[in-house]
Design a protein around this ligand. Structure first.
Ligand code: FEO
Length: 385
């Protein structure tokens, strides 16, 4: 597949992976993108996951048409992109390995080899001429690993963006970009908003007509505009859409019933609502929605004088990603000593700029007239925001 006449796609689609990065379900698989740039010199952009190295080497062979690669550019050392480095180095002994100074010790750690005799150290301001075209490197520390570099071809206005602007999903499945790009971003990069902002500032100085990420489709035109707008929202923790995320963790169904009744009341009031049973639904989708919308309801049973564990895990996911600047409401349940609300509030206490609803709800075992009235008051308060 040609991205441009001089850029060949040599990546792979993975439909075997059960959990990407050991935790994310990927119903539509995953793409590990890699590109070959053909100029007077030949550069290969990144490698692929260990299960696909043979297929990737085959793809490279086909794209080269008998030529030999001069460089392997390693933008990121996470194994979904770096697992083929050793195999590439063995197959093409004349090729040089180009990466940031921080990447080479990682190669030593992963492969027992740091390619000292054939390395080119890339960083801000470093360029590499391929002939007609130049590779200009830009560091992107902690987006989302410390060694990450991006690569720009000024003559063609093409940016190779490493994990940035990537998404879940293989390339042979059609799906909308935003949803799986958001779940990917919030899940994997969400903690590093400040670092993403720094990279967006660097990108703003470049004229970009084509973005080639390490996951997901190549972006052009409106796709670039949309991706930049979304990354600006996500990395500043701004509200993307008005709506309420209701996340519930229920033992026998009474807490779930209250959460779903609240959802019905809000929907009747015309509010956009997303509901998640934290024990059964995709936790990453719930986390994504908590960051997408402006209001979050946490509904949980008390358990061992604490909160039901699925809710504890969910709040840990939020705080680990700098959850902030939202309105939060609580529904707690407890048959003899409700404690869930106190625990949930304490878990959120270091989050910046949270507002709390006034009409939080305490249920003793099952909804009754009093708690139903409290639920209605909460629905009214949330729908007015
Ligand atoms: Fe796609 Fe951070 O690896």
């Amino acid at each position: 597949m040609d991205i441009k006449p001089f850029i060949k796609y040599v990546g792979v689609n993975d439909h075997k992976v059960d959990l990407f990065e050991g935790q994310y379900i990927v119903p539509n698989g995953m793409a590990y993108n890699s590109y070959v740039i053909l100029d007077q010199k030949v550069a290969v952009m990144d490698t692929v996951d260990a299960d696909f190295v043979d297929k990737w080497l085959e793809n490279i062979d086909k794209s080269l048409d008998g030529r030999q690669p001069d460089y392997l550019i390693v933008q990121h050392m996470e194994p979904d992109h770096s697992s083929g480095i050793q195999a590439f180095a063995d197959r093409y002994p004349a090729a040089q390995i180009v990466a940031s100074a921080k990447a080479f010790p990682m190669m030593q750690a992963f492969f027992g080899e740091d390619f000292a005799d054939r390395r080119v150290v890339a960083g801000d301001g470093v360029t590499l001429s391929l002939g007609e075209r130049t590779l200009a490197f830009v560091t992107a520390p902690m987006v989302h690993w410390p060694e990450v570099i991006l690569t720009y071809i000024p003559e063609e206005k093409v940016l190779f963006s490493a994990d940035a602007f990537g998404k879940f999903g293989a390339l042979d499945v059609e799906e909308e970009w935003d949803c799986e790009a958001r779940r990917y971003y919030i899940g994997i990069v969400g903690k590093y908003g400040a670092q993403v902002q720094a990279v967006l500032k660097k990108a703003a100085a470049l004229s970009i007509e084509c973005i080639c990420p390490l996951h997901g489709p190549v972006l052009t035109g409106d796709g670039i505009k949309n991706a930049l707008e979304k990354y600006n929202i996500w990395s500043t923790y701004a509200v993307e859409d008005k709506g309420v995320t209701i996340a519930y963790a229920s033992i026998y169904g009474h807490t779930a019933a209250a959460a779903l009744e609240l959802a019905d009341m809000l929907e009747d009031a015309g509010v956009t609502v997303e509901k998640f049973d934290l024990a059964r639904d995709d936790m990453a989708e719930a986390v994504e929605c908590a960051f997408r919308y402006d209001r979050l309801v946490l509904a949980a049973s008390t358990y061992n004088n604490d909160v039901f564990p699925f809710m504890r895990t969910f709040i840990d996911h939020l705080t680990a990603r700098n959850f902030q600047s939202r309105t939060v409401a609580f529904i707690e349940n407890g048959s003899w000593a409700p404690a869930a609300q106190k625990v949930m509030r304490a878990m959120l206490e270091n989050c910046k700029n949270l507002s709390y609803a006034n009409n939080n709800v305490t249920i003793k075992s099952a909804l009754n007239d009093d708690s139903s009235a409290a639920l209605a008051a909460l629905a009214q308060e949330l729908s007015a925001l």
